[in-house]
Design a protein around this ligand. Structure first.
Ligand code: URA
Length: 221
């Protein structure tokens, strides 16, 4: 898919999702918070669920945690326009309570479809819920933050990078430091992930190796 097709497919999917009633959260929401950013992003962030402000504005991470996310992005010279930001749940849980297993199960096809359409090369999971869902493992964020791993989602392999949720770092300076350190590794991880997953047909053909006379003499060819 080229950029234009990808953007159109994502817009269509956002329109379909806007009327989702797959779980009871649809009854209390102001609107579905689909996600925002570049449809062509190589880097995707997956948070937990919309809060009050996100539910009001229809955009993920616009509250305090979002301001910190913007600052952390700025620290690695990125803006929201360079990435795509989504949540595990697209609708706000009442009183910002934790997502329930049946809500996650109902909503996960939306997340998987977004990943399929955007084809990010690196997916940074923010906190426990996104990390456990996309890694398919029970290990929590305290144990696995900062440890990149490869996961197969549908037919694609993506690089997963679990990091703390910005909300966890808002009031705990020691956690903020860890989050900043984990963020600082993103540019290098992204470069590697983009290099590894780029279409082989776009790469220049490998040079044809001619044996040099000395190697031939030494019997290396
Ligand atoms: N926390 C999240 O996980 N997502 C948001 O969109 C806002 C806060």
């Amino acid at each position: 898919m080229d950029v234009v097709e990808r953007a159109a497919a994502l817009r269509d999917y956002a329109e379909q999702t806007a009327s989702c009633t797959k779980c009871a959260l649809s009854e209390g929401r102001t609107q579905v918070v689909f996600g925002s950013g570049s449809p062509d992003a190589d880097l995707m962030f997956v948070g937990e669920a919309p809060g009050f402000h996100e539910d009001q504005q229809g955009v993920p991470f616009v509250g305090q945690a979002g301001k910190l996310l913007d600052k952390l992005l700025g620290g690695i010279r990125l803006t929201r326009a360079d990435v795509f930001v989504v949540n595990v749940l697209k609708c706000r849980p009442p009183g910002n309570r934790d997502p329930q297993p049946e809500e996650i199960a109902a909503c996960e096809p939306h997340l998987f479809r977004q990943i399929e359409l955007i084809e990010p090369k690196l997916v940074a999971t923010l906190g426990n819920f996104a990390t456990k869902l996309l890694s398919g493992r029970p290990a929590g964020i305290t144990r696995v933050h900062g440890q990149e791993q490869e996961v197969t989602l549908g037919v694609r392999t993506v690089h997963l990078y679990p990091i703390y949720h910005p909300a966890a770092a808002l009031y705990t300076p020691s956690m903020l430091k860890v989050l900043e350190e984990d963020f600082a590794r993103i540019p290098a991880l992204l470069e590697r992930a983009v290099g590894e997953t780029s279409d082989v047909s776009e790469k220049p053909a490998p040079p044809v190796l001619e044996p040099d006379p000395e190697s031939v003499q030494l019997g290396l060819f």
